[in-house]
Design a protein around this ligand. Structure first.
Ligand code: IPM
Ligand code: MG
Length: 360
């Protein structure tokens, strides 16, 4: 399996390095072999090549079976034009590879219930997936930009735009995912205000006719923000557009205890995918060996499952993560009284050791 390792910015390279350790442990003692190559993306690539997604990185990613991604963008580049913004490199990569279905599974680890700011009764047993459309919406719609109006005032413009084809394919992905789980799909929109959302809802209803065995419900995005916190157990698969999914998935992360625990897989047609933790580059803790690498390591498990067809190895990595949590190891973001606090690097070592032990 050929893997492009794109650590990116901030804590991205720190957490990705721990995933590489996990993969080496999976390979040890005649396990599957991985061909890994690193390249720059994000602000790091812009600083060196003047482009947050250099042609060489794009070419390498295009040839790989899977991309292991860290994070892109820092506060420094936030106010620059899109072409020179680190995060834009990631957006272009997703778009270029047409990775339109972004799965963000949210599972309440029993060991971490106490680490969440939410009450135990609310989050115990949570097991849901946010399926975020990833290549359309206000992220890519045109016109966009800052210009001047007739009075010379600056105006910022972005365009929320979805074609029915874009909506239909991610809805199909949602129904299929629900079929493999508890057969409940909740489509999230803002159909009481936005035409884009009215189209989204109409298409959702049309697609649902192909899946009579799956229950389809609709929620407005504002109400959904509340339901996620109040009664998250009621949800199985949540499908929504790019911007709503970006926001809701950060909220959903808190159900797991920390955003440092939430993995993701971005898939298109075919087996190739991009795997990344849902958290960002976290400039405030960069270089301090404090980041939680478990979201990246759990993303690696998703990579083994979806792009590698290695279900047993995926489960091995997931079991190793459960094992280190059960052994009482925690990074700062999920720290609790009585636990042993580890840095990013030591947490990566702990998971790699657990993988080796579980292999026997
Ligand atoms: C995410 C991130 C990205 C996004 C940023 C870094 C461009 O927030 O993957 O959720 O908005 O998609
Ligand atoms: Mg986000």
């Amino acid at each position: 399996m050929k893997i492009a390792v794109l650590g990116g910015d901030g804590i991205g390279p720190e957490v990705t390095a721990q995933s590489v350790k996990a993969l080496r442990a999976v390979s040890a003692n005649s396990g599957p072999q991985f061909e890994m190559a690193e390249a720059l993306i994000g602000d790091a690539a812009y600083d060196k090549f003047g482009d947050p997604l250099p042609a060489s990185t794009l070419e390498m990613a295009g040839k790989a079976d899977a991309i292991l991604f860290g994070a892109a963008g820092t506060y420094e580049s936030d106010l620059r034009p899109a072409e020179s913004r680190g995060g834009h490199g990631l957006l272009r990569l997703r778009k270029h590879l047409d990775l339109y279905a972004n799965f963000r599974p949210c599972f309440a680890f029993p060991e971490l219930i106490g680490a969440s700011t939410l009450k135990r009764e609310a989050i115990e047993g949570v097991d849901l997936v946010v399926l975020r459309e990833l290549t359309g919406d206000i992220y890519f719609g045109t016109p966009r930009g800052v210009s001047r109006d007739a009075d010379g005032q600056r105006v910022g413009i972005n365009t929320m735009r979805y074609t029915e084809g874009e909506i239909r394919r991610v809805l199909h992905a949602g129904f299929k995912a629900a079929r493999m789980r508890r057969r409940k799909l909740c489509s999230v929109d803002k159909a009481n205000v936005l035409e884009t959302s009215q189209l989204w809802r109409e298409v959702a209803i049309e697609v649902s006719r192909d899946y009579p065995d799956v229950e389809l419900k609709h929620e407005y995005v504002d109400a959904m923000a509340m339901h996620l916190i109040r009664r998250p157990r009621d949800f199985d698969v949540i499908v929504t557009g790019n911007i709503f999914g970006d926001i809701l998935s950060d909220a959903a992360a808190m159900l797991t205890g920390s955003i440092g625990m939430l993995p993701s897989a971005s898939l298109g047609e075919g087996g190739r995918g991009l795997y990344e933790p849902v958290h960002g580059s976290a400039p405030d803790i960069t270089g301090k060996d404090m980041a939680n690498p478990l979201a990246s390591i759990l993303s690696t498990a998703m990579m083994l499952r979806h792009s590698g067809g290695m279900e047993a190895e995926a489960q091995l990595v997931e079991r190793a993560v459960r094992q280190v949590l059960a052994d009482g190891y925690r990074t700062g973001d999920i720290m609790e009284a009585g636990a042993t606090r580890l840095g990013c690097d030591a947490m990566g070592d702990a998971v790699a050791t657990a993988i080796l032990k579980l292999k026997g």
